[in-house]
Design a protein around this ligand. Sequence first.
Ligand SMILES: Nc1nc2c(ncn2[C@@H]2O[C@H](COP(=O)(O)OP(=O)(O)O)[C@@H](O)[C@H]2O)c(=O)[nH]1
Ligand SMILES: [Mg+2]
Ligand SMILES: [Zn+2]
Length: 275
Amino acid sequence: MYDKQKRIHECKARGRFRNDHITPLPGDFVAFTPQKGDSDGYIEEILPRKNQLTRPQVVNVDQVMITMAVKDPKPDLLLIDKLIISAEMADIVPILVINKCDLTNSADITEIATQYRPYYEVLISSAKTGEGLAEIKKRLRGKTTCFAGQSAVGKSSLLNALFSELELETGGLSKKTARGKHTTRHAELIRPFRVNGMVVDTPGFSLLKSEEMAPAEVSRHYPEMREILHTCKFSSCLHIREPKCAVKQAVAEGKINPARYERYIQMVETLGSER
Ligand SMILES: Nc1nc2c(ncn2[C@@H]2O[C@H](COP(=O)(O)OP(=O)(O)O)[C@@H](O)[C@H]2O)c(=O)[nH]1
Ligand SMILES: [Mg+2]
Ligand SMILES: [Zn+2]
């Protein structure tokens, strides 16, 4: 735990937490009593959490670096859209990272970036050449950040490149070091900044808790749709087959990206069929 002077205290949880089945988790803010010349302490109270991821167990996540590769693997933009929505539902700011930019020309990158740029921050990187790493690092400082995205997009490689002390497993292989093999199959919590700022490397797929959502709610999580929803003829409009729909109108006028809209329909239809 860090105090106001930003000193570290190694704390134990009071026994009553165990009795109440409360476990302090990475990312918690707590009230604690320092002991023995300030180096130790007891956690007295866990302050309210703004969110909680289940796998990995981490709380108070500020932002998620939703990572994709421009190719190898081909970006799954429906997954990206889902991750954005689950992040926003948990009060986590989504930031998109398009990695492996060394593998292709800028037209491919622009095609993806323009779908998101008006509404979300989009960073472009290469763990191989180091391009864009400084931009990512700047945004990690002082925040609790989770990296998420398809397997093999380069999440662990980015973190290794950002923080030279890390030896995360990449490409399914351990980074070979003098100290031998480092094998980590589960999520890793990393505290790369001396004072605050924590990073969670998740293996492959989204580990954000998926929330229950009614199909009619989906469009509220699209910034490009949100402002015009109230002008649809029907308040229950799903913006797919209904007449006098402001969203369909905006797509026709080129104000909403057609690829994003196509994926919106897929999202609503899968939700509908799961119910
Ligand atoms: N060319 C290129 N390869 C990369 C880049 N980032 C990661 N890789 C490679 O992609 C593979 C998967 O990377 P990894 O970090 O394990 O992905 P993760 O599953 O998202 O953690 C590895 O073979 C990496 O060497 C990059 O920016 N450019
Ligand atoms: Mg990894
Ligand atoms: Zn509509």
